[in-house]
Structures are given as C-alpha cells and as structure tokens.
Design a protein. Structure first.
Length: 119
C-alpha cells in the first residue's frame, strides 16, 4: 500500500535526496566560502562609538560638576568640550595605529580625479 504522505512513491524521494546531496557536495567542493569582509564597517562603528562615548562621559562629568558646585552651565560646557577633544584625540590615535598596521602601497593605482585626465 502506498504511503499517503508520499503520493509519488519512495523512488521520487530517493531521487530528490540524491539531487540535494549532489548539490551540497558541489557547494562544498566549490572552494572556500566567500566571506564578507566587515572589518572596515566594524572599525567605523568602533571609532564612532568611542567618539560618542567620550562626548557623553565628558558631558556627564561636566553636569556632575555643575550640580556639586552650582555653577551651571559652565561645567557642562567645559565637560562637553573636553569630551570632544578627547574623542578627537582617540580618533587620531586609532587612525595612526591602523595606518601603521596596514601601510598604503605607494605603487597602488588609485581613483582618477580631474587632474589625471588628459586634455
């Protein structure tokens, strides 16, 4: 008696299983999987979060000084300015480290700009 869940019979299922296995084997033999390089995006997110957190911490510390010394808004303004400076210094430091780790090849071809066009 035929199985009602498999109206085409077990031969069709066996054929389908063989085709699926062949496709899986073909994909495995195709070589290494193409992975998406997200290192640039992760670096950008890291730098942005460090910059934003430096400003936030500076602002919170400045606000705390305002509350303690009752000299509003100067503590907040100075704290935000110091946070901005700290964030900028962190960005410069991180970009220098990145440049030292992966120096630019001077022989690499770059994008053409208006100066590269022949008149």
């Amino acid at each position: 008696m035929a199985d009602p869940r498999h109206p085409h019979g077990s031969d069709a299922l066996d054929d389908l299983a063989k085709r699926v296995a062949a496709i899986h084997q073909e994909r495995e033999n195709a070589g290494p999987k193409a992975s998406i390089d997200r290192s640039g995006m992760s670096l950008g997110l890291r730098l942005a979060s460090e910059f934003a957190s430096a400003i936030l911490v500076g602002g919170l510390l400045g606000y705390g000084v305002d509350v303690v010394l009752t000299m509003q808004p100067w503590g907040l303004l100075v704290g935000l300015a110091l946070g901005f400076v700290t964030g900028t210094v962190n960005l410069i430091r991180a970009s220098r480290q990145m440049t030292q780790a992966h120096p630019v090849d001077p022989q690499a071809s770059g994008l053409k700009d208006n100066l590269d066009e022949d008149a």
